[in-house]
Design a protein around this ligand. Sequence first.
Ligand code: HEC
Ligand code: HEC
Length: 269
Amino acid sequence: MKKLSARRRHPLAALVVLLLALACTGGLYAAFAPASKAQADESAQSLAIDEGKKLYAVGCASCHGTGGQGTTDGPSLVGVGAAAVDFQVATGRMPAQQPGAQVPTKPNLYSQAEIDQLAAYIASLGAGPAVPTEEKYGPEGADIAKGGELFRSNCAQCHNFTGKGGALTHGKYAPSLEGVDPKHIYEAMQTGPQNMPSFPDTTMSEQNKKDIIAYLNAVNGDETVSPGGLSLGGLGPVSEGLFGWIFGLGACIAVAVWVAARTAKAKKS
Ligand code: HEC
Ligand code: HEC
């Protein structure tokens, strides 16, 4: 006891205690904190996968197979990724109701939490694109003009110049992109639903996807970006050309006929 109290008065005692205390808290933190956080994340994740598996068994397994391997009624979901699930279920395409040329959108049957669980389960079957975060599809730093250019060269052949949609072969169609959630536009490009090609980051960068989304937002937003005059519905060169032919040429012909009739009359008299 005496020895200890003698040491306590040593000039370096305070420093030693401080160092010991620091080492203890540091060591304890290193031992417990990160491990328990990782464990918590892991268990939350496996809980989501379990819940997703249950939802999947009820709503999806009949067409996509009990392990997502696919059946004659639905394709394999191994490796399609969380983004495909979020897109298909949140737009109401999945669960599909009946066979047909194309699965239509309908009111969504699942809550976002349930969709996340389904997505976690299907992502656990094989690696695929993850659901994008908001900074990827948000408007910050997007170039609308560049987006328009990219849209016309990559998407307009199916979706029309301002995304009004159009018919494809065999009863399929590229839907109108008006009012589609930016997140779902991003996911559609990532996953290429049905007849649509996919545009992974290697062929179309994240920035380009952002530009396209901003362009669609601008042409479908409240304020139209029509350069002036009558927009004729923005349906593209075929319908607008037809309009020009019928009314423009029609008017020219009418004038020509009228002029010819006048000259014929003038000659007679
Ligand atoms: C009636 C059968 C049926 C049911 C039920 C069904 N699907 Fe599908 N699913 C299909 C068909 C058919 C396709 C292909 C459709 C297409 O390409 O347009 C498909 C496509 C998908 C795709 C896109 C795959 C890809 O390659 O991008 C996902 C993801 C998907 N389904 C998830 C689900 C989930 C999740 C459920 C349950 C909530 C579900 N499906 C329920 C028939 C079904
Ligand atoms: C070869 C034709 C084709 C091309 C090119 C194409 N798409 Fe599609 N797109 C489709 C079809 C078909 C669908 C409908 C898929 C379905 O219903 O399963 C679709 C669906 C979509 C949807 C979902 C709309 C909704 O109602 O939920 C979005 C968003 C979309 N496309 C955006 C794009 C963008 C952006 C591009 C260019 C980067 C593009 N598409 C290029 C054919 C195409």
